[in-house]
Design a protein around this ligand. Structure first.
Ligand SMILES: Nc1ncnc2c1ncn2[C@@H]1O[C@H](COP(=O)(O)OP(=O)(O)OP(=O)(O)O)[C@@H](O)[C@H]1O
Ligand SMILES: Nc1ncnc2c1ncn2[C@@H]1O[C@H](COP(=O)(O)OP(=O)(O)OP(=O)(O)O)[C@@H](O)[C@H]1O
Ligand SMILES: [Mg+2]
Ligand SMILES: [Mg+2]
Lengths: 152, 169, 152, 169
């Protein structure tokens, strides 16, 4: 069982690092045991910008934290896929280019799962194949469906 | 399997029967103004999947999920989700012969939960088994990121992050 | 002293309600003592959409919560002005029209204080008189100033 | 009084001397890509205003405020804020004769805080009195909303909301 956990850690770590560096070129991210401990004591998130590992995550910006968290969550999803993923405004702190990158990543690297993504940002929902628009009319919610013209 | 259609009636801000159909098998987005009902659609999916911790759907009790808490003449909330189940090797256990699966959950003000699978009354445990067999455990979800919660994973203590990996292992 | 506190409460309450209903027409907001208590026990935020007071704030949407919090904070600022206000991405959860409303409200109703507002949204920063753009160049942050063409 | 200009040197991601001038007396905005340095400018204002709880500026200790924590040849962080003080009736106590006030704070790696007011060395208490006399208490700020913190006021307990009013009273 300890062996399975270690295998999980290695694979998730690989994807975590690769997704994060794709979203933020020139960076590195990993999960490692706390100082002086083994992985059974727990795992900490460590990042490097350029070659230098940061001592803590506190100086990261709001957008960088969102990208880091998303990278870890997506890495776990790659390891243990679910048929469907539900994401509510995960791009709230992201600028336009990062928002677009998340949208494109979902399209290109997660083709075998269904995504239902809530977003206020065109940079995100323009990547979707189907867009549902909610509207509050006469005190109740309504929904309208539109198909996004997708060019490959 | 993937969602094809959701039907909401009396659920939160969806007072009248609202059918959301034509979901894409891969990438769907929902947008609209603040308060227009986007997160409520995600809540309705969690509701059908069998969520028990109602704080996750911003309610204190089941009655709060009914339109205006039942104070406006609507006394029940019903959500039906229809899944496309044509990929047999990714089917929930025991449903390989069903190309479509519709799961319905209903609450009546002053009454209790009721579940239906393909129109027949079902026990909560049957619904739970169906979804757990395809890695959809909404009460310990790795597939769900709720509004404002994206960075909470960065605030986890090291043992908590390890147990998140154990869940996946 | 109890009297001063009560006077503060009355005035802040008035502005809180008026700002919130300006941002979300058809709503009402107020601070009131908890059930069965007096204001000395504390104050709770209560909202009404239409005529019905809500039992709790939990069902509110992300954007509605931001507008409610901002309304209370701005009401406190009206009561006890500061020479300068520093707001970092308070519009993260707001759609375009609400973002624009906050920007216009700052311009029109808070003319005697200086605002320094960080935002990723044009709907907000288009209302500013001066815009500073930060850019990461060769590993360091840089800033460029632009003047926004303001039409009244 | 209002900010006219901020000069950052060696502070966080502002390695080289960066002058941000021409602030509008009323409405200024800062925009840019994620991680480009927007919040760091707000942190630099808090720094000069005399912030003591460094968690509020996302640092664990003063050294972390220096560019690359002093590991890249830069050993001090200096921030100067120049205020327009032409409105005498809104002047800090004792500075009515100064149409401009420049407050500087500097930290040197391995050293301590140093403050200057209009170029002269000043005690932290002098700086605190200056700012408190115009309602700018950065250590109990009603004028500051940091990133991601806007809705925390809604999670306050009733007594906490009451004390927020007491602060203003
Ligand atoms: N039981 C209910 N009956 C009637 N209305 C309800 C009920 N529960 C929630 N609502 C309403 O639904 C609205 C919130 O909907 P929702 O959270 O889906 O908004 P949203 O589109 O996600 O907005 P945002 O972009 O601000 O997050 C609120 O106005 C709330 O009062
Ligand atoms: N002492 C320091 N030395 C060098 N770089 C630093 C230091 N402290 C913080 N940084 C860097 O500053 C960047 C964050 O800047 P800041 O928080 O201002 O971004 P931002 O523009 O507000 O972005 P966002 O839109 O994502 O909130 C990070 O890349 C961080 O590594
Ligand atoms: Mg929402
Ligand atoms: Mg920031």
């Amino acid at each position: 069982k300890k062996e399975t956990l270690k295998v999980t850690w290695v694979k998730v770590n690989q994807d975590f690092g690769s997704i994060f560096s794709t979203l933020l070129p020139g960076t590195m991210a990993k999960l490692e045991p706390p100082e002086g401990g083994s992985f059974l004591d727990g795992l900490e998130v460590r990042v490097a910008f350029g070659k230098v590992l940061k001592q803590s995550l506190s100086e990261l910006s709001g957008g960088q934290r969102s990208l880091l968290a998303l990278s870890l969550i997506l890495a776990l999803l790659l390891f243990k896929p679910a048929p469907l993923y539900i994401l509510d405004e995960v791009d709230a702190a992201l600028d336009l280019s990062h928002t677009q990158n998340i949208g494109r990543m979902i399209k290109a690297h997660f083709p075998h799962s269904q995504f239902i993504v809530v977003s206020l940002k065109e940079g995100m929902f323009n990547n979707a194949n189907v867009l549902f628009r909610t509207k509050f009319v006469d005190g109740v919610s309504t929904v309208q469906r539109t198909v996004t013209k997708q060019t490959k | 399997m993937h969602i094809k259609e959701i039907c909401l009636e009396g659920f939160k801000s969806y007072a009248t029967r609202t059918v959301v159909s034509g979901f894409d098998p891969h990438f769907n987005a929902i947008t609209g103004l603040n308060g227009s009902g986007k997160s409520n659609i995600l809540d309705s999916i969690c509701f059908v999947l069998g969520i028990t911790n109602l704080q996750q759907v911003r309610a204190a009790n089941l009655q709060e999920l009914v339109y205006k808490q039942g104070q406006a003449g609507i006394t029940k909330a019903t959500v039906s989700v229809t899944f496309d189940n044509s990929e047999r090797n990714r089917s929930p256990l025991g449903y390989e012969e069903h190309p479509e699966i519709t799961v319905t959950r209903q609450i009546v003000v002053g009454g209790r939960n009721k579940y239906l699978i393909n129109g027949k009354l079902a026990q909560p445990s049957q619904v739970q088994n169906l979804f757990h067999s395809v890695q959809l455990n909404v009460n310990n979800p790795h597939f769900l990121i709720m509004q404002g919660r994206i960075t909470k994973v960065l605030n986890m203590k090291p043992p908590e992050i390890l147990s998140m990996l154990e869940e996946a292992a």
